[in-house]
Each structure stands twice: as structure tokens, then as C-alpha cells.
Design a protein around this ligand. Sequence first.
Ligand SMILES: [Ca+2]
Length: 281
Amino acid sequence: MWHCLGPVNSPRAGPGLTRSSRLPTVAPMLRLSVLLLFSLGLAGCFHVQLNGGIAAAEVTVASLERPQEIIARLYSHDPETMVAWKGQAAWDALSASHKALWMGVVFLPAEQLREQDLYLVSARGGDSYDSDMDLVMAEAPVRIRGEWHAIVPGYKFGELRNSVSLLTEACYQWLMFEHDDKLPGRAQILAELDGLAVRMVDDINGDGAVDYSDVLIWNIYSDARHYRGEAEDLQELAMLISLGFPREFIVQASRRIVAMAALPEPPEPRLLGYLRKRLWN
Ligand SMILES: [Ca+2]
């Protein structure tokens, strides 16, 4: 039976600090099942997630240059669509953890997209069945009120697993803030996204380099420990999006996720509090 492990200390984590490794994390076998789930040979498989997967979220794809022109609009899987797709018996036969992992999965179409272009994938609303990330579906889901984003290069829609996550939202909001909502050209955007990735995550896909591909593939269930910042900051952004806070709060929390991850070493707890306060104001 799959189960959650307790907190695992990261080598970067100091005493009294809440590093991302202290998010609920999953056993190695479960990590394998996350990888398998998103590697079923189904290209364009994205996981829409905040703290855990978000079911029945409205997911739109638009050109990054013209975000108001929606190219595709879909909804992430919820229990109802899973039963309609797999059948009641097959759904009932799934373990609790596999049911939870299917929440938030969405297959985005690659046919209408150009590999060399950049796209904005936006997720809105939906239901959180596993906000405590214990991989047990809650009886009554929590309704999500806000929206979050991922900048996705066109060729990524042909890959097997990527996410619209807290980290993709942090990157999107960082870039939008830095450029006063007027994003530069494709090459500069990609270079800046790669630069943010180096600050924020490890080489998650194991290709020997850290770049934006590692942010896109980051899954809060299986890769929480690969975010270099504080679990507290991720959870704060998840809470603000869930409650539908105004964008200025989302921007502040996103910038803190990037900035705190960039610290070379965990600071003293008192300094950490000071930094948070400065970054907040
Ligand atoms: Ca990599």
C-alpha cells in the first residue's frame, strides 16, 4: 500500500527552518507511480495542481502574445469525468492514492500549436480533494476561487508530463512584474525562465542541466524536496490562489517564492523573518 513518509531533512535545511522538503512527501514507489501515471504515452498530459491536484479546473491555452485569444478550453479530471472515461468498476478498483493522483490531470491538444511559439496555460477554479496532500480524497472538496498560470513552449505539449503549478505561477508573475506586464521576445523570455529555474529547483528531469524544463516537470507530490525555498512560501501562494486574493498579493507571494529559493544557504530564523517582511512590503 502506498503511504506518505514523514518529513525528510534536506541537506540545505537548518534547524528550526521549514524547507520545502518538509512538505508532505511520498515514498519512492509512489514517486514511481506519479511518473508512470504521467508517462502513459499520452502526450500533452498536464497536472493542474496547487497543494495537490485540482479537479474540474477550467484550463485554457492561448498564445503568450495574445492571451485573450483562447485556442483551447478544457477541464481537468474530477471523479465524475474519471467514471465517464474509465467506467465505475475501474474507478472503484483504483487505490485511494491513485484516485487522488488523477485529480487535476488534463490532456492539452498539441495539434493547433506551433512548436516554436510560447503559450500561456491558465487554470481557474476547480475543486481541491487533497489539499493536505495525504493522497486520500476528501469527501467534500474545497472550491478554488483564483487562477494560476504556466508559460509553456509549444514543443512541450508533445511531451508526457508537465504541470501548471505554484512554481510555474511564481515564474509567470515574476516575469510579468519585472517587465511591467509587457513581456519581451521569445528568446529573452526563455533565457529569463531558465535563469529563474537555476535559482529555484534542482535537475529534476536528470538531463544534467537545470533549466525551465525542470520547473515545468516539477510535481508537488513527487518533487517537493527539489524546490530550494521554503514550504511555507509555497503554501502561502496556494492559500492566496485558493481564496481568490487580488493579483497584487499573488505577485508578492510569487516573488518571495523565487527570492527565498535563491538564498545560497538557509538564514538564521530571525533573519528569515526579517527577509520575509522586507519582501512582503
Ligand atoms: Ca534538467
